[in-house]
Ligand binder design. Structure first.
Ligand code: KG4
Ligand code: ZN
Length: 331
């Protein structure tokens, strides 16, 4: 069965063909980093305008790369939320028109559930229940997951998402956008214990907070005055360490609290090299299994995860009506 997935929840425009929920035939992703870089973050209006321009050829490219003609598609799956309203509308309207004209099922997909599904595109070893950690530019959330669509919330960020913290941190250090991959790279030559940035303490042990950390970095930079090239890796590595420590500590605590032995991580920040190294080590000590998408393309926003989950939903009869509305704040 061939599913065409469409993803436009943030600044990426992506289309993918996935066969039987696991075989990725194509996964075309166009990013807009250079458009938003001058602003140090995403400008929603610019994002949706660019998506309106590119959605048609991105979908065509996904079909061409997969060697599949449009009439062969069995269903269309699309992200309906959470995300930026204007961006979601572009993908959802495009997918609806296509599903209507082809007379095939239309499936609305939750972006967060799709990020967790990204792991299932690469392995069949994941067993429920597990602790799901979603770390991206818009979310930092912990879930207890019993099945693909059956899960409960354990905690989330009270302010900035961890990806947002990386992006704002990079802006403070004048490193460019998106900040996550840049800080990740610079930190490789730095000492993560050089500066003791704060770790937030919250009432719910599974909640996160990164705005204090951001302020603390800003104060540090203001106090130091000019940051030299030599100091930068230590500052970046120490800042990254504070984010990574919080993510790992709370996720492992959640696994112990819920007595599960599996952790599944998704979202753009899952591409971070430091969190991968540290959590594998910690999980090994505690006999926990940890899954990340191995391909970075499946960590950040992509339509393969949407098409993959779409297949599973279609099999369960969970299709959507063409009246489906976007839900920018579904979580
Ligand atoms: O999941 P995603 O592509 O989009 C959202 O749904 O938000 O995540 C994008 C976020 C950005 O904040 C970016 O800085 C961050 O993921 N990111 C990283 C890395 N690669 C991307 N953060 C830390 N380390 C990385 N290697
Ligand atoms: Zn995402």
């Amino acid at each position: 069965m061939l599913i065409l997935g469409i993803e436009t929840s943030c600044d990426e425009t992506s289309a993918s063909i996935v066969e039987n929920g696991g075989k990725i035939l194509s996964n075309i992703i166009t990013s807009q980093d250079e458009i938003h870089a001058p602003y140090g973050g995403i400008v929603p209006e610019l994002a949706s305008r660019k998506q309106l321009e590119s959605i048609g050829w991105v979908a065509r490219e996904a079909l061409n790369k997969a060697g599949i003609s449009l009439p062969k598609i069995d269903a269309i799956a699309v992200t309906y939320g959470p995300g930026l309203a204007g961006s979601l509308l572009i993908g959802v309207e495009f997918a609806k028109s296509l599903a209507y004209s082809l007379s095939v099922p239309f499936i609305g997909i939750n972006h967060i559930e799709a990020h967790l599904y990204a792991n299932f595109l690469e392995t069949s070893e994941i067993q429920f229940p597990y602790i799901g950690l979603i770390i991206s530019g818009g979310h930092t959330s912990l879930f207890y997951v019993e099945d693909f669509l059956k899960y409960s919330f354990l905690g989330q960020t009270r302010d900035d998402a961890c990806g947002e913290a990386f992006d704002k941190g990079a802006q403070i250090l004048k490193l460019g956008y998106p900040g996550g991959p840049i800080i990740d790279k610079i930190s490789k030559t730095g000492n993560p214990a050089a500066i003791k940035f704060p770790r937030a303490k919250l009432e719910n042990p599974f909640d996160f907070s990164f705005s204090g950390l951001k302020t603390s970095l800003l104060r540090y930079v203001e106090k130091q005055g000019k940051i030299t090239k030599k100091e930068l890796p230590d500052i970046a590595a120490s800042f990254q360490e504070a984010i990574v420590d919080a993510l790992i500590k709370k996720t492992i605590l959640a696994a112990e609290h819920k007595k599960v032995d599996t952790i599944v991580i998704g979202g753009g920040v899952a591409a971070n090299s430091r969190i991968r190294i540290k959590i594998y080590k910690e999980a090994d000590r505690k006999n926990l299994k940890v899954f990340f998408p191995k391909h970075f393309k499946l960590c950040t926003d992509n339509a393969a995860m949407v098409a993959g989950l779409g297949y599973w939903m279609l099999k369960k009869g969970k299709t959507s009506s063409l009246n489906l509305d976007i839900q920018p704040n579904v979580f």
